[in-house]
Design a protein around this ligand. Structure first.
Ligand code: AMP
Length: 310
């Protein structure tokens, strides 16, 4: 089933305690669609790049079953550029540079062939750009998911609230969930977020996994303990992409399919962090992901017979 994503396609430069990358291709839209392509070959990406963006990279994205007709290339424009530096624990980072360039005036246009897409993923962009995409859909998608970040809470909180009202699922990290709701307990934070609009909330906790809240039920997914984390950039987007790719390949959206989608997202994200940029995601196969999904299953599975469990 069709999955449409709106998100940045970018140049990134990354510094970690283990090294520094050159200017490499990144962006939330890139990571999301790449991650989803393991489960869904019928995707569309709405984005914008400058004339400086390599055509062969766009072709590479296209070759993974992603329709790129919604990627605008304004004449003379420069691609969005982001520089991030990770701290020693790799869980936190500073943004050193954000050059919006073509993203600053981005007016998204949904290609006609995706106006009835049943799955819509709103990558981390300004909340009004996210809503412009929702408004162009001819039919209300079956599931609209969104990501956001503290930056938008600081400068566009009112707009963010308007977008939250029209989505079904918010995917957010723990720190951001606390900032948005002024609640320390993630359970209370999720309940507050649901009052703002979304029926389901996923709170990511980095190397500690993720919590899914859906209709009064909670599911806790571990993150795969890894020996080496090389570059966490794009982990959140790969999680969202794996999750939406998996969900859009399923018959229905339910607590059960959402649980498996969270595991699929965790599995893809666990690969993303092993190398700089999108490199690792470009090497792996669907089988590698299936293997990690089964490792995640093993990691927290136990028998409870004799202790009152069914
Ligand atoms: P993540 O590590 O999953 O949070 O996402 C990192 C990606 O988000 C990088 O590849 C950046 O290019 C992109 N990014 C960072 N800041 C922004 C922003 N303000 N708007 C859109 N994309 C961004």
């Amino acid at each position: 089933m069709q999955l449409l994503t709106v998100g940045s396609v970018a140049f990134d430069a990354i510094e970690t305690p283990f090294g520094k990358s050159d200017k490499i291709v990144g962006g939330a839209g890139t990571y999301i669609t790449l991650a989803a392509s393991f489960f869904n070959q019928n995707q569309g990406l709405v984005s914008v790049v400058g004339e400086d963006f390599p055509k062969e990279v766009l072709e590479k994205i296209h070759s993974r079953g992603i329709d790129i007709s919604g990627i605008q290339i304004p004449e003379g424009g420069k691609t969005f550029f982001w520089v991030g530096r990770y701290h020693n624990d790799m869980n936190s980072r500073d943004t050193l540079v954000t050059e919006l360039n073509v993203l600053g005036t981005f007016d998204p246009v949904v290609p006609v062939q995706f106006k009835n897409a049943p799955f819509l993923m709103l990558g981390n962009l300004s909340p009004d750009v996210q809503r412009k995409v929702v408004d162009q859909m001819e039919q209300r998608p079956r599931l609209i998911a969104m990501d956001t970040m503290n930056f938008w809470m600081d400068i566009a909180l009112e707009e963010l609230h308007k977008t939250l009202k029209v989505v079904d699922l918010l995917i957010i990290n723990d720190e951001e969930a606390r900032q948005l709701t002024h609640q320390y307990s993630l359970k209370t934070a999720a309940a507050k977020i649901m009052e703002l609009g979304p029926k389901s909330v996923i709170i990511k906790k980095g190397e500690h996994g993720a919590l899914l809240f859906h209709g009064g039920q909670i599911f806790s997914a571990p993150a795969l303990p890894l020996e080496e984390v090389f570059d966490p950039t794009g982990a959140g987007d790969s999680f969202a992409g794996g999750l939406m790719g998996y969900l859009s390949s399923q018959e229905e959206v339910s607590f059960d399919s959402l649980k498996k989608a969270v595991i699929a997202g965790s599995a893809v994200a666990s690969f993303c962090v092993e190398k700089f940029g999108t490199q690792r995601l470009e090497e792996i196969t669907r089988n590698d992901i299936a293997e990690r999904m089964s490792m995640l299953h093993q990691l927290s599975h136990f028998e409870l017979t004799g202790y009152g469990a069914a």
